[in-house]
Design a protein around this ligand. Structure first.
Ligand SMILES: CC(=O)[C@@H](O)[C@H](O)COP(=O)(O)O
Length: 264
């Protein structure tokens, strides 16, 4: 059952999830810390950078899947470290081979190493090829509503605009663009990248995102396991607040206690 009563389930590629928090596996001290933090986060979907993490392509070396079992978690291979469409497509095909025909991928095509900003031209190219090749494509993109719309129209199953640049922890830099993306979304919108602390995740969910993906905020916290747990509650709190509907903002005061019936 969902931790948020009366909520519709979070569904991706025909599968439903209780948790709306997706987590990465990079930057942890060791595999034990990775496992403990992911467990504390309650996440059911774990993303893995295929070009940087051994999921079977280097036999004899420690394999992440021995710690994060595909029997327990949905593994979401991602194309981190790819700078053009060809590289990203090749990486997704490698993941499909390594994971026995697995179709769900997170596409990210980056523009340069300093900003790790999405290269949207190459992202659109890669998305088109991967969708035709029968992948279920979740796509990391800029917070540009027009690009987000094109990616959804092309057949991506989820769009993942950044909150801020990867690894910056700056939080949601442009909530107004996210609002526009969310208003016209035809597929689930997940914030991906830039979350720094629990309140950032809550804001993303309050805005109406279906879920949030993060890595650095948990892995680089002083206590990753505790932060992972904080993120779990932050996501649920944001989702509840979204469903509840916030009060309107006002410029002027409005007394909290009733004015009628006052004893004068
Ligand atoms: C793990 C992953 O997929 C990253 O590429 C992602 O975008 C997370 O970014 P943060 O590390 O800023 O959360």
């Amino acid at each position: 059952m969902s931790p948020v009563p009366h909520d519709k389930p979070f569904t991706l590629a025909g599968r439903t999830y209780q948790s709306r928090l997706l987590v990465g596996t990079g930057k942890y001290k060791d595999l034990d810390e990775t496992r403990a933090a992911i467990e504390a986060s309650g996440a059911e979907i774990v993303t893995v950078a295929v070009r940087r993490t051994n999921i079977g392509q280097n036999p004899g070396e420690p394999n992440l899947l021995d710690v994060i079992s595909p029997d327990r978690y949905t593994i979401l291979p991602n194309t981190a470290g790819c700078y053009d469409a060809d590289e990203a497509v090749r990486t997704c095909r490698l993941a499909r081979e390594l994971l026995d025909g697995h179709k769900l991928v997170k596409l990210e095509v980056l523009a340069d190493q300093k900003t790790l900003f999405p290269n949207v031209i190459e992202t659109l190219k890669a998305a088109e090829i991967l969708v035709k090749d029968d992948f279920d494509v979740m796509v990391y993109t800029s917070d540009d509503p027009i690009i987000a719309r094109q990616l959804a129209d092309m057949g991506c199953i989820a769009v993942m605009p950044l909150a801020g640049l990867i690894g910056t922890g700056l939080g949601i830099c442009n909530p107004y663009n996210l609002r526009i993306i969310l208003e016209e979304a035809k597929v689930p919108v997940l914030v991906d990248a830039g979350v720094g602390t629990a309140s950032d995740a809550t804001i993303a969910m309050e805005l109406g995102c279906e879920a949030v993906l993060m890595n650095s905020a948990i892995a680089l916290a002083q206590n990753p396991v505790l932060m992972a747990e904080a993120m779990k509650y932050a996501i649920d709190a944001g989702r509840l607040a979204y469903l509840a509907g916030r009060m309107p903002k006002r410029l002027y005061a409005s007394a909290s206690s009733p004015l009628e019936g006052l004893i004068r």
